[in-house]
Ligand binder design. Structure first.
Ligand SMILES: [Zn+2]
Length: 438
Protein backbone atom coordinates (compact mmCIF):
# COMPACT_ATOMS: atom_id res chain seq x y z
CA UNK A 1 0.00 0.00 0.00
CA UNK A 2 1.23 3.53 -0.75
CA UNK A 3 2.11 5.52 2.32
CA UNK A 4 -0.76 7.87 3.03
CA UNK A 5 -3.28 6.08 0.85
CA UNK A 6 -6.47 5.30 2.70
CA UNK A 7 -7.37 1.64 2.96
CA UNK A 8 -11.06 1.10 2.31
CA UNK A 9 -11.38 -0.50 5.73
CA UNK A 10 -9.10 -0.27 8.72
CA UNK A 11 -9.21 -1.66 12.26
CA UNK A 12 -7.09 -0.41 15.14
CA UNK A 13 -7.12 -3.21 17.72
CA UNK A 14 -7.16 -2.84 21.48
CA UNK A 15 -6.41 0.89 21.86
CA UNK A 16 -7.38 3.10 24.78
CA UNK A 17 -10.20 5.05 23.12
CA UNK A 18 -10.76 8.56 24.47
CA UNK A 19 -14.08 8.83 22.69
CA UNK A 20 -15.31 12.31 23.67
CA UNK A 21 -18.80 10.91 23.02
CA UNK A 22 -21.76 12.38 24.97
CA UNK A 23 -20.88 10.15 27.99
CA UNK A 24 -17.16 10.97 27.62
CA UNK A 25 -16.35 7.27 27.71
CA UNK A 26 -12.75 6.07 27.86
CA UNK A 27 -12.77 2.41 26.79
CA UNK A 28 -10.24 -0.22 25.78
CA UNK A 29 -11.20 -1.78 22.45
CA UNK A 30 -11.22 -1.65 18.66
CA UNK A 31 -11.85 1.28 16.33
CA UNK A 32 -13.12 0.33 12.89
CA UNK A 33 -13.10 2.68 9.91
CA UNK A 34 -14.60 2.32 6.48
CA UNK A 35 -14.14 4.83 3.66
CA UNK A 36 -12.79 7.35 6.13
CA UNK A 37 -15.67 7.12 8.61
CA UNK A 38 -15.92 5.35 11.94
CA UNK A 39 -18.12 2.24 11.84
CA UNK A 40 -17.56 0.82 15.33
CA UNK A 41 -16.09 2.04 18.62
CA UNK A 42 -14.97 -0.19 21.48
CA UNK A 43 -16.58 -3.50 20.59
CA UNK A 44 -14.69 -6.39 18.92
CA UNK A 45 -14.56 -5.35 15.25
CA UNK A 46 -14.66 -7.64 12.23
CA UNK A 47 -11.53 -8.02 10.08
CA UNK A 48 -10.52 -5.23 7.71
CA UNK A 49 -8.22 -4.59 4.76
CA UNK A 50 -5.62 -3.18 7.15
CA UNK A 51 -5.20 -4.02 10.84
CA UNK A 52 -3.07 -2.14 13.33
CA UNK A 53 -2.17 -3.21 16.86
CA UNK A 54 -3.12 -0.14 18.88
CA UNK A 55 -2.70 -1.72 22.30
CA UNK A 56 0.19 0.58 23.22
CA UNK A 57 -1.68 3.75 22.29
CA UNK A 58 -4.42 6.13 23.34
CA UNK A 59 -6.62 7.13 20.40
CA UNK A 60 -7.72 10.73 20.81
CA UNK A 61 -9.98 12.85 18.55
CA UNK A 62 -7.98 15.29 16.43
CA UNK A 63 -7.72 18.75 17.94
CA UNK A 64 -9.61 21.67 16.38
CA UNK A 65 -7.53 24.86 16.57
CA UNK A 66 -10.16 27.61 16.36
CA UNK A 67 -7.93 30.62 15.68
CA UNK A 68 -4.72 30.74 13.64
CA UNK A 69 -2.81 32.74 11.08
CA UNK A 70 -0.94 29.67 9.96
CA UNK A 71 1.16 31.26 7.21
CA UNK A 72 2.88 33.42 9.84
CA UNK A 73 4.98 30.44 10.90
CA UNK A 74 7.96 32.11 9.19
CA UNK A 75 7.66 35.02 11.63
CA UNK A 76 8.09 33.11 14.88
CA UNK A 77 10.22 35.18 17.22
CA UNK A 78 10.25 38.28 15.00
CA UNK A 79 8.52 40.61 17.47
CA UNK A 80 8.76 39.10 20.94
CA UNK A 81 8.51 41.02 24.19
CA UNK A 82 6.86 44.12 22.72
CA UNK A 83 3.71 46.05 23.50
CA UNK A 84 0.88 45.24 21.09
CA UNK A 85 1.42 48.53 19.19
CA UNK A 86 5.12 47.77 18.55
CA UNK A 87 4.32 44.14 17.79
CA UNK A 88 1.76 45.17 15.15
CA UNK A 89 4.07 47.80 13.67
CA UNK A 90 6.69 45.12 12.95
CA UNK A 91 4.14 42.63 11.65
CA UNK A 92 2.40 45.12 9.34
CA UNK A 93 5.78 46.20 7.93
CA UNK A 94 6.75 42.59 7.19
CA UNK A 95 3.25 41.70 5.97
CA UNK A 96 3.52 44.36 3.28
CA UNK A 97 6.38 42.34 1.73
CA UNK A 98 4.59 39.01 1.74
CA UNK A 99 3.98 37.19 -1.53
CA UNK A 100 1.50 34.46 -2.30
CA UNK A 101 4.44 32.07 -2.72
CA UNK A 102 5.88 32.67 0.75
CA UNK A 103 2.38 32.46 2.28
CA UNK A 104 2.16 28.95 0.82
CA UNK A 105 5.59 28.01 2.17
CA UNK A 106 4.65 29.40 5.60
CA UNK A 107 1.31 27.61 5.59
CA UNK A 108 2.97 24.28 4.81
CA UNK A 109 5.37 24.72 7.71
CA UNK A 110 2.57 25.72 10.10
CA UNK A 111 0.35 22.84 9.01
CA UNK A 112 3.25 20.41 9.50
CA UNK A 113 3.68 21.71 13.06
CA UNK A 114 -0.04 21.33 13.72
CA UNK A 115 -0.30 17.80 12.34
CA UNK A 116 2.74 16.69 14.35
CA UNK A 117 1.03 18.00 17.50
CA UNK A 118 -2.32 16.29 16.87
CA UNK A 119 -4.35 19.09 15.27
CA UNK A 120 -6.49 17.83 12.39
CA UNK A 121 -8.68 20.94 11.77
CA UNK A 122 -7.93 24.64 12.03
CA UNK A 123 -9.72 27.95 11.56
CA UNK A 124 -7.52 30.52 9.83
CA UNK A 125 -7.68 34.26 9.19
CA UNK A 126 -5.31 35.75 6.60
CA UNK A 127 -5.05 36.82 2.99
CA UNK A 128 -3.72 34.91 -0.05
CA UNK A 129 -5.85 32.08 1.37
CA UNK A 130 -5.71 30.25 -1.99
CA UNK A 131 -2.09 29.50 -1.09
CA UNK A 132 -3.16 28.24 2.35
CA UNK A 133 -5.87 26.11 0.70
CA UNK A 134 -3.28 24.50 -1.58
CA UNK A 135 -1.11 23.73 1.45
CA UNK A 136 -4.14 22.22 3.24
CA UNK A 137 -4.92 19.93 0.32
CA UNK A 138 -1.33 18.84 -0.18
CA UNK A 139 -0.72 17.90 3.49
CA UNK A 140 -4.15 16.38 4.19
CA UNK A 141 -5.33 18.50 7.15
CA UNK A 142 -8.79 20.17 7.32
CA UNK A 143 -8.71 23.94 6.85
CA UNK A 144 -11.52 26.37 7.62
CA UNK A 145 -9.99 29.30 5.81
CA UNK A 146 -11.12 32.88 6.35
CA UNK A 147 -10.22 35.53 3.80
CA UNK A 148 -9.32 38.67 5.78
CA UNK A 149 -11.63 41.58 5.10
CA UNK A 150 -11.21 45.23 6.04
CA UNK A 151 -12.35 48.61 4.76
CA UNK A 152 -11.20 49.12 1.15
CA UNK A 153 -9.27 52.31 1.94
CA UNK A 154 -7.20 50.55 4.63
CA UNK A 155 -6.09 47.47 2.73
CA UNK A 156 -3.03 46.52 0.72
CA UNK A 157 -5.14 43.89 -1.09
CA UNK A 158 -5.87 44.50 -4.75
CA UNK A 159 -9.58 45.22 -5.23
CA UNK A 160 -12.29 45.30 -2.57
CA UNK A 161 -11.47 42.82 0.23
CA UNK A 162 -15.05 41.62 0.76
CA UNK A 163 -15.34 40.90 -2.98
CA UNK A 164 -12.02 39.05 -2.83
CA UNK A 165 -13.48 36.94 -0.01
CA UNK A 166 -16.61 36.23 -2.05
CA UNK A 167 -14.48 35.12 -5.01
CA UNK A 168 -12.25 32.98 -2.77
CA UNK A 169 -15.31 31.18 -1.39
CA UNK A 170 -16.54 30.59 -4.94
CA UNK A 171 -13.20 29.05 -5.94
CA UNK A 172 -12.89 26.64 -2.99
CA UNK A 173 -16.35 25.57 -1.84
CA UNK A 174 -17.39 21.93 -2.02
CA UNK A 175 -13.89 20.56 -1.39
CA UNK A 176 -13.48 17.74 1.11
CA UNK A 177 -10.62 19.32 3.12
CA UNK A 178 -11.09 23.08 2.54
CA UNK A 179 -14.00 25.13 3.92
CA UNK A 180 -13.64 28.73 2.70
CA UNK A 181 -15.16 31.62 4.66
CA UNK A 182 -15.06 35.37 5.20
CA UNK A 183 -13.07 36.99 8.03
CA UNK A 184 -13.53 40.65 9.04
CA UNK A 185 -10.33 41.56 10.84
CA UNK A 186 -11.78 43.62 13.70
CA UNK A 187 -13.67 46.82 14.61
CA UNK A 188 -10.46 48.87 14.34
CA UNK A 189 -10.26 48.31 10.55
CA UNK A 190 -13.85 47.44 9.61
CA UNK A 191 -16.73 49.92 9.46
CA UNK A 192 -20.43 49.06 9.53
CA UNK A 193 -20.63 48.54 5.76
CA UNK A 194 -17.77 46.03 5.77
CA UNK A 195 -19.24 44.03 8.67
CA UNK A 196 -22.65 43.80 7.05
CA UNK A 197 -21.20 42.98 3.63
CA UNK A 198 -19.19 40.15 5.23
CA UNK A 199 -22.32 38.84 6.97
CA UNK A 200 -24.15 38.98 3.64
CA UNK A 201 -21.39 37.05 1.83
CA UNK A 202 -21.47 34.36 4.55
CA UNK A 203 -25.25 34.03 4.53
CA UNK A 204 -25.49 33.77 0.76
CA UNK A 205 -22.68 31.20 0.55
CA UNK A 206 -23.63 29.33 3.74
CA UNK A 207 -20.20 29.78 5.35
CA UNK A 208 -18.85 30.83 8.73
CA UNK A 209 -17.71 34.34 9.62
CA UNK A 210 -14.53 34.60 11.71
CA UNK A 211 -13.20 37.78 13.34
CA UNK A 212 -11.16 39.31 16.16
CA UNK A 213 -13.22 40.80 18.98
CA UNK A 214 -12.43 42.81 22.13
CA UNK A 215 -8.86 41.57 22.41
CA UNK A 216 -7.46 44.59 24.23
CA UNK A 217 -8.72 47.37 26.48
CA UNK A 218 -7.44 49.89 23.94
CA UNK A 219 -9.59 48.37 21.20
CA UNK A 220 -12.67 48.63 23.42
CA UNK A 221 -11.91 52.18 24.59
CA UNK A 222 -11.09 53.46 21.08
CA UNK A 223 -14.33 52.02 19.75
CA UNK A 224 -16.29 53.49 22.64
CA UNK A 225 -14.78 56.88 21.88
CA UNK A 226 -15.48 56.61 18.15
CA UNK A 227 -19.03 55.22 18.28
CA UNK A 228 -20.27 55.62 21.86
CA UNK A 229 -20.64 51.84 22.07
CA UNK A 230 -18.46 48.92 23.18
CA UNK A 231 -17.63 46.54 20.27
CA UNK A 232 -20.13 43.77 21.13
CA UNK A 233 -22.95 46.25 21.80
CA UNK A 234 -22.17 48.05 18.54
CA UNK A 235 -22.00 44.82 16.49
CA UNK A 236 -25.36 43.81 17.97
CA UNK A 237 -26.89 47.23 17.12
CA UNK A 238 -25.74 47.15 13.50
CA UNK A 239 -27.27 43.66 13.14
CA UNK A 240 -24.05 41.73 12.64
CA UNK A 241 -24.06 39.21 15.50
CA UNK A 242 -25.56 35.80 14.84
CA UNK A 243 -24.89 32.07 14.57
CA UNK A 244 -22.24 30.53 12.32
CA UNK A 245 -19.77 33.09 13.56
CA UNK A 246 -16.61 32.67 15.62
CA UNK A 247 -15.08 35.56 17.56
CA UNK A 248 -11.43 35.25 18.56
CA UNK A 249 -10.17 36.51 21.95
CA UNK A 250 -13.28 38.10 23.59
CA UNK A 251 -11.19 39.15 26.59
CA UNK A 252 -12.77 42.49 27.52
CA UNK A 253 -16.50 41.82 27.94
CA UNK A 254 -19.15 43.10 30.31
CA UNK A 255 -21.79 40.78 31.78
CA UNK A 256 -24.28 42.21 29.32
CA UNK A 257 -21.94 41.51 26.38
CA UNK A 258 -21.45 37.92 27.56
CA UNK A 259 -25.24 37.46 27.59
CA UNK A 260 -25.52 39.00 24.13
CA UNK A 261 -22.85 36.73 22.62
CA UNK A 262 -24.46 33.63 24.16
CA UNK A 263 -27.96 34.66 23.07
CA UNK A 264 -26.74 35.30 19.51
CA UNK A 265 -24.97 31.90 19.48
CA UNK A 266 -21.60 33.45 18.67
CA UNK A 267 -18.79 30.93 19.14
CA UNK A 268 -15.69 32.04 21.03
CA UNK A 269 -12.08 31.12 20.20
CA UNK A 270 -10.17 31.53 23.46
CA UNK A 271 -6.48 32.30 22.89
CA UNK A 272 -4.93 32.16 26.34
CA UNK A 273 -1.23 32.05 25.37
CA UNK A 274 -1.46 34.90 22.90
CA UNK A 275 -3.38 37.06 25.39
CA UNK A 276 -0.82 36.38 28.11
CA UNK A 277 2.22 37.03 25.93
CA UNK A 278 0.86 40.28 24.49
CA UNK A 279 -0.22 41.27 28.00
CA UNK A 280 -3.88 41.83 27.14
CA UNK A 281 -4.08 42.36 30.89
CA UNK A 282 -7.41 40.83 31.71
CA UNK A 283 -8.34 37.19 31.48
CA UNK A 284 -11.09 36.17 29.08
CA UNK A 285 -14.30 35.33 31.01
CA UNK A 286 -14.31 31.73 29.76
CA UNK A 287 -16.19 30.40 32.78
CA UNK A 288 -18.94 33.03 32.48
CA UNK A 289 -19.22 32.54 28.71
CA UNK A 290 -19.65 28.80 29.13
CA UNK A 291 -22.11 29.29 32.00
CA UNK A 292 -24.15 31.64 29.79
CA UNK A 293 -24.35 28.88 27.17
CA UNK A 294 -21.73 30.09 24.68
CA UNK A 295 -19.54 27.49 22.97
CA UNK A 296 -15.87 28.19 23.63
CA UNK A 297 -13.01 26.57 21.73
CA UNK A 298 -9.25 27.02 22.00
CA UNK A 299 -7.06 28.85 19.51
CA UNK A 300 -3.30 29.27 19.36
CA UNK A 301 -3.38 32.50 17.35
CA UNK A 302 -0.19 32.91 15.27
CA UNK A 303 3.31 31.85 16.26
CA UNK A 304 4.27 35.53 16.24
CA UNK A 305 2.27 35.87 19.46
CA UNK A 306 2.19 32.36 21.01
CA UNK A 307 4.90 31.11 19.81
CA UNK A 308 3.59 27.58 19.26
CA UNK A 309 0.72 25.94 17.39
CA UNK A 310 0.41 23.16 19.97
CA UNK A 311 -3.09 22.58 21.30
CA UNK A 312 -1.60 20.49 24.12
CA UNK A 313 0.18 23.60 25.40
CA UNK A 314 -2.97 25.64 24.86
CA UNK A 315 -5.15 23.34 26.99
CA UNK A 316 -2.59 23.39 29.77
CA UNK A 317 -2.19 27.17 29.84
CA UNK A 318 -5.91 27.93 29.44
CA UNK A 319 -6.70 25.75 32.45
CA UNK A 320 -3.99 27.14 34.72
CA UNK A 321 -4.80 30.77 33.97
CA UNK A 322 -8.51 30.45 34.76
CA UNK A 323 -7.86 28.53 37.98
CA UNK A 324 -5.23 30.91 39.28
CA UNK A 325 -6.99 34.11 38.31
CA UNK A 326 -10.20 33.02 40.04
CA UNK A 327 -8.58 31.42 43.13
CA UNK A 328 -10.60 28.34 42.26
CA UNK A 329 -8.87 25.06 41.33
CA UNK A 330 -12.20 23.48 40.35
CA UNK A 331 -12.93 25.63 37.26
CA UNK A 332 -12.13 24.35 33.75
CA UNK A 333 -11.43 20.73 34.59
CA UNK A 334 -9.18 18.56 32.44
CA UNK A 335 -12.30 17.11 30.85
CA UNK A 336 -13.63 20.57 30.01
CA UNK A 337 -10.26 21.58 28.52
CA UNK A 338 -10.24 18.47 26.31
CA UNK A 339 -13.84 19.24 25.32
CA UNK A 340 -12.82 22.74 24.25
CA UNK A 341 -9.92 21.35 22.20
CA UNK A 342 -12.07 18.73 20.43
CA UNK A 343 -15.88 18.54 20.38
CA UNK A 344 -16.51 22.19 21.25
CA UNK A 345 -14.07 23.25 18.54
CA UNK A 346 -15.98 21.06 16.09
CA UNK A 347 -19.20 22.74 17.23
CA UNK A 348 -17.63 26.16 16.67
CA UNK A 349 -16.81 25.42 13.04
CA UNK A 350 -20.32 24.00 12.53
CA UNK A 351 -19.22 20.38 12.15
CA UNK A 352 -20.16 18.73 15.48
CA UNK A 353 -22.09 16.03 13.64
CA UNK A 354 -18.96 15.08 11.73
CA UNK A 355 -15.84 15.90 13.76
CA UNK A 356 -14.54 16.24 17.33
CA UNK A 357 -15.20 12.77 18.79
CA UNK A 358 -14.79 9.07 18.10
CA UNK A 359 -18.37 8.04 17.32
CA UNK A 360 -19.99 5.85 14.70
CA UNK A 361 -20.66 7.81 11.51
CA UNK A 362 -18.08 10.52 12.15
CA UNK A 363 -14.94 11.25 10.19
CA UNK A 364 -11.97 9.23 11.46
CA UNK A 365 -9.82 12.19 12.58
CA UNK A 366 -7.63 11.11 15.51
CA UNK A 367 -4.14 10.89 16.97
CA UNK A 368 -2.34 7.91 18.47
CA UNK A 369 -0.53 8.84 21.70
CA UNK A 370 2.19 6.41 22.87
CA UNK A 371 1.18 5.16 26.28
CA UNK A 372 4.84 4.37 27.09
CA UNK A 373 5.88 8.02 26.81
CA UNK A 374 7.18 9.47 30.12
CA UNK A 375 4.59 12.27 30.07
CA UNK A 376 1.74 9.72 30.09
CA UNK A 377 2.88 7.70 33.10
CA UNK A 378 0.91 6.21 34.81
CA UNK A 379 -1.03 5.26 31.68
CA UNK A 380 -4.24 4.50 33.52
CA UNK A 381 -7.60 4.95 31.79
CA UNK A 382 -8.88 7.14 34.63
CA UNK A 383 -5.88 9.50 34.26
CA UNK A 384 -5.62 9.76 30.47
CA UNK A 385 -7.80 12.88 30.14
CA UNK A 386 -5.75 14.60 32.84
CA UNK A 387 -2.51 13.68 31.04
CA UNK A 388 -3.82 15.08 27.76
CA UNK A 389 -4.81 18.38 29.37
CA UNK A 390 -1.82 18.86 31.64
CA UNK A 391 1.23 16.83 30.76
CA UNK A 392 1.34 15.05 27.40
CA UNK A 393 4.20 16.17 25.16
CA UNK A 394 3.85 16.51 21.39
CA UNK A 395 6.52 13.78 21.02
CA UNK A 396 4.07 11.28 22.56
CA UNK A 397 2.04 11.50 19.33
CA UNK A 398 3.10 8.68 17.04
CA UNK A 399 0.54 8.85 14.22
CA UNK A 400 -2.30 11.11 13.10
CA UNK A 401 -5.25 10.29 10.82
CA UNK A 402 -7.60 12.61 8.95
CA UNK A 403 -10.67 10.99 7.41
CA UNK A 404 -9.08 7.57 7.95
CA UNK A 405 -5.94 8.60 6.04
CA UNK A 406 -2.62 8.59 7.90
CA UNK A 407 -1.12 12.07 7.60
CA UNK A 408 1.57 11.43 10.23
CA UNK A 409 3.15 8.01 10.74
CA UNK A 410 5.78 7.36 13.40
CA UNK A 411 6.28 11.13 13.77
CA UNK A 412 6.85 11.74 10.04
CA UNK A 413 4.50 13.47 7.62
CA UNK A 414 3.18 11.08 4.99
CA UNK A 415 2.06 13.74 2.48
CA UNK A 416 5.09 15.99 2.61
CA UNK A 417 8.80 16.01 3.29
CA UNK A 418 9.61 17.99 6.43
CA UNK A 419 13.19 18.68 5.31
CA UNK A 420 11.99 20.25 2.09
CA UNK A 421 9.29 22.25 3.91
CA UNK A 422 11.87 23.44 6.43
CA UNK A 423 14.45 24.48 3.82
CA UNK A 424 11.84 26.41 1.83
CA UNK A 425 10.69 28.01 5.08
CA UNK A 426 14.19 29.10 6.02
CA UNK A 427 14.86 30.75 2.68
CA UNK A 428 11.48 32.51 2.56
CA UNK A 429 12.12 33.68 6.14
CA UNK A 430 15.46 35.22 5.07
CA UNK A 431 13.66 37.64 2.76
CA UNK A 432 10.89 38.47 5.26
CA UNK A 433 13.19 39.00 8.24
CA UNK A 434 15.36 41.40 6.25
CA UNK A 435 12.28 43.57 5.62
CA UNK A 436 11.51 44.16 9.30
CA UNK A 437 11.97 47.69 10.69
CA UNK A 438 15.09 48.05 12.83
ZN1 LIG B 1 -5.45 36.56 15.60
Amino acid sequence: MNPGRSPRSLVLRGGLLVTQDPERRVVRGDLRIEDGRITSVGSRAEAAEEEIDASGFALVPGFVNTHTHVAMSLLRGIADDRELAGFLETLFAVDAHRTEADVEVGARAGIAEMLLSGTTSFLDLYYFEDAVARAVESLGVRGFLGWAVLDPELTTQKGVPVENARAFIGRWKDRPRVSPLVAPQGVYVCGKETWLAARDVAERAGTLVHYHLSETRKEVHDHLEKTGRRPVVWLEEIGFLGPSSVAAHAVWLTGEEIETLARRKVGIAHCASSNLKLASGGVAPVVELRAAGATVGLGTDSVASNNSLSMLREMHIAGLVQKNQRWDATVLSAQELLDMATIDGARLVGRAEDLGSLEVGKQADFSMFRLDHPTLLPARPEAIVSHLAYSAAEEAIDSVYVGGVPVVRHRALTHGDWNKIRQEGESAADALWSSRPK
